[in-house]
Ligand binder design. Sequence first.
Ligand code: PLP
Length: 395
Amino acid sequence: MAVRQRLNDSTIHGSPMLYFDHNATTPLAPEAREAWLEASLKFPGNPSSPHRVGSRAEAALDQARATVAELIGCSALDLVWTGGASEAANMVIHHFARLNPTGEAWVSAIEHPCVLEPARFYFGDRLRIIPASPHGVVDVGWLTTRLRQSRPSFVAVMAANNEIGAVQPWREALAVCREAGVPLVCDAVQWLGKLPGGQVGECDFAIGSAHKFGGPKGVGFLKCQEGELIEPLIRGGPQEDRRRAGTENVAGAVAAAAALGACSRRAELAPERALWRDEFEQQLKARLPGARVFGEAQPRLWNTSAVMMPETADCRQRWVVKLDRLGCAVSTGSACSSGKEAPSHVLMAMGVPPSDAGRVLRFSSGWETTRDDWGKLLEFLVEAHSALSKERAAA
Ligand code: PLP
C-alpha cells in the first residue's frame, strides 16, 4: 500500500519505522497526495482574483468545501477554511469573547489545549470547567444541572479525546445546550476520519483538522452556526465571507476533502481494526503484568490504546526513546513543550495520580496499520520492558 511504503521509506538506521502515533498526525493519504498535486498544477490562481485563473481556483475551493460539508452534514456556506484546528478553536473562542465581554465559557476538563488555552486567555476567571468521569468521559449530568441555573456564552465538549480515545457524549451535550439556547463548540478533530462524521455538522460550531485524517498539515476548518456573523480572528482581506482573512490554501483544501472522502469509504473496516487493538491489549496485559488499559470498558476510538505501563522506567519518555531506537514511534499522549513533563491534564481530570499518569503511553494506529503491526508493537514493548528493567536494576 502506498502509505505504508512511504512510512517505510522514513527509515531509521536503514530499518523501517513502525508508526503508532496517528493521533499526533497521520501520513499523507495517497488520495490526498494525488489531489494536492493535481490541484497545485491545475489551480494556480488566487481564488479572489477576478480573472478566469482565479475563478477556477475559487471553484475548486468551493467544491472542496461542498465535499467536506456533505461529509460532516452541514451547509457549505457554514464552513470556513483555516490553517488548522488550533486556529479554528481560537477563532470561535475569540468570537464569543468579543460577542459578550461579561459572559462565561464552560469548557470540558479534557479538551485539547487549543480549546482550553484560548478559553483561559480570553475568559480568565469567567471560565468554568466541566468535570469528567474516572473513565475520561465528560459529565453531561453536571452540564444539564448547571444549564438550569445559568447560561454561558458557549459550551465546549470534544467528540473524542486525543489522549485516551474515549468517545464523548457530544450529541447529548448538544441536546441539552439546544434546550438551554446555548451554542455548543465541538472539537471533532479525532473523530473525523475515524468514525462517521455525518452528524458532526449539526453542532453549532465544529472543528476539524486535515492532518489527523490523512490530509496535509496546516489545513483545518470551522463549521459555524448557521447565519451567524463571526468576529474574525485574522483580519485583512474579505476572504471566507469576511470570516477569515488571507489567501486560501486551495490545494490543501482539495487534498483535505479527498482525504476525508477516502476515510469515509473505509468506515466499515473499523470493527475489525478495533478487534486488532483489543487483541493487542489482551496480550500486552498477559505478557507485561501490571500494564493497565484506560477506558477499556468505554466506547473508544478503534485506533487508540492508552496504557499505564508496569513500573519499569522512572519516566515514560524512556519508553518512547527506547521504542524509537527499536524502530517504533509511539507517544506519551500529551504534548510536552518544556522538556520537563507536567502530568497530563486529561489524566488529572480522571483522577489518575501523577505517579501513575507518568507511566502512560499512547499507541494510535491508522487505516493502513495491520494486525501484524500490532503484533510487532507488542514484541517491541516486551523487548523494551526487558531492557529498561535491566537498566533500572543496574542503576
Ligand atoms: N484538537 C485535538 C483533539 C487534537 O488532537 C489536536 C492535535 O493534536 C488539535 C485539536 C490541534 O490540531 P492542529 O494541529 O490542526 O492545530
